[in-house]
Design a protein around this ligand. Structure first.
Ligand SMILES: *Cc1c(COP(=O)(O)O)cnc(C)c1O
Length: 396
């Protein structure tokens, strides 16, 4: 456990138990210094020379390799840029061009809304009979009919934490001739993944959750290496061009994964992320996953014993659960506000889900014990039932 726990690398306010790293990871302690140095030495002193001299232009691929080590992909197969919503759109558009004679995108009803919205927008624009079909999560594998061009799923359900079997679903997609796209928003940095081994064609994910890149940190996209030189990037921006500084009026896709880049990278945010990724140096993801499961089991047992009014809304079997535990409660919003007030930070997902994330880099068994204690008191004494906890805020 001690090899995984790196609490001293993160900034967590005193007294706070942060069980929301699945939504926004905490700030690594090295980030402010690195950012100050970047601002003064690089932007401040180098100005435009920073693109070459400080390696800004290579950041998207360099950080892609750091992330690749965490999700199980070879160097040169992941690149950073844009938001996850945009990367979902890009992966899906590229996938559809690989199966021009098929018209259906298959997803599940548990998918995160933006993934479905982006698909709807793309398919609506394409017209020509393209449709989005959603089925219950456990029905996906048997619903991949011969008209399905792409199966687009989020690996870990953002609400319940349920995990899809990556290898089995990818295999089913391939048997039916469909392209597989995985969204790893709630998996990257939390689970031991062998994405390359799964043979999936595409994956996307965000970096501000378990990867601690900071609010608004850019997303990543993976393309299976054997396809990277033939896939059509769909968002054909100049930085995905083979030679951006030739200023060729005709678009020609770049080499390999570079073609999935679009425009100017957010260098400040990339710098934060690159610094944050150091926390994963030398981390054995199997070991991290084992600690995450142990913390979750401890939490479930403690809450069920001491706060029986909360109903487990995540799969009970740990191998079917990501790195979060959700409990259903009718007054979940108010109860979560009370938890936050008492220093246990989780979040609320409509209609009634209280969500708690487990992040072994900075959460240990003592934290979990204290969280159980505080939540049990809040529930037993109905401390949540106060007007200030019922008023809804914009971000829940
Ligand atoms: C967090 C999350 C997003 C967020 O997308 P952004 O474009 O970064 O806002 C998208 N999809 C899933 C599955 C997520 O969990």
């Amino acid at each position: 456990m001690s090899e995984i726990l790196k609490k001293e690398m993160f900034t967590i306010p005193k007294g706070m138990i942060y069980l929301d790293g699945n939504s926004l990871g905490p700030m690594p302690v090295d980030v402010p210094g690195r950012m100050a140095q970047m601002l003064s030495d690089e932007w401040g002193q180098m100005l435009i020379k920073g693109w070459n001299g400080a390696g800004w232009m290579d950041q998207p691929a360099r950080i892609g390799d750091q992330i690749g080590r965490v999700i199980g992909t070879p160097d040169g197969s992941v690149v950073l840029g844009d938001t996850l919503s945009i990367k979902v759109y890009q992966a899906l558009a590229s996938a559809l061009m690989m199966r021009p004679d098929r018209r259906v995108v298959l997803s599940d009803t548990g998918n995160f809304p933006t993934d479905l919205y982006m698909a709807e927008g793309l398919l609506g624009m394409l017209g020509q009979g393209y449709t989005l079909r959603t089925v219950a999560p456990d029905q996906v594998a048997q619903s991949i009919t011969p008209d399905v061009a792409a199966v687009m799923l989020t690996h870990v359900d953002y609400r319940s934490g349920r995990v899809h079997d990556m290898n089995a679903v990818t295999q089913a997609a391939h048997q039916a001739g469909a392209v597989m796209i995985w969204d790893l928003a709630h998996s990257a940095g939390a689970l031991a993944l062998d994405l390359h081994g799964s043979q999936a064609e595409f994956a996307v994910g965000c970096t501000y959750k378990y990867l601690n890149g900071g609010p608004g940190a850019p997303a990543f996209i993976y393309v299976r290496p054997d396809l990277a030189d033939t896939v059509k990037p769909a968002l054909s921006g100049w930085l995905g061009h083979r030679a951006p500084f030739d200023f060729d009026p005709r678009y020609q896709p770049g080499q390999g994964i570079e073609r999935m880049r679009v425009g100017t990278p957010p260098v400040l945010q990339m710098t934060t992320l690159e610094c944050a990724m150091q926390a994963f140096d030398g981390v054995d993801m199997q070991q991290l996953r084992a600690v995450s499961v142990a913390l979750q089991e401890q939490f479930i047992a403690g809450i069920e014993a001491r706060a029986p009014m909360l109903t487990l809304a995540s799969p009970r079997q740990s191998d079917q659960r990501g790195s979060q535990v959700s409990f259903a409660f009718d007054h979940g919003y108010a109860a979560m506000q009370a938890c936050i007030h008492h220093g246990v930070i989780g979040d609320f997902r409509a209609p009634n889900i209280m969500r708690f994330g487990f992040t072994p880099l900075y959460i240990d068994a003592d934290d979990v014990e204290q969280a159980i204690e505080r939540i049990a008191n809040i529930m037993a004494d109905r401390l949540w039932d106060q007007p200030q906890f019922h008023a809804r805020q914009k971000v829940t």
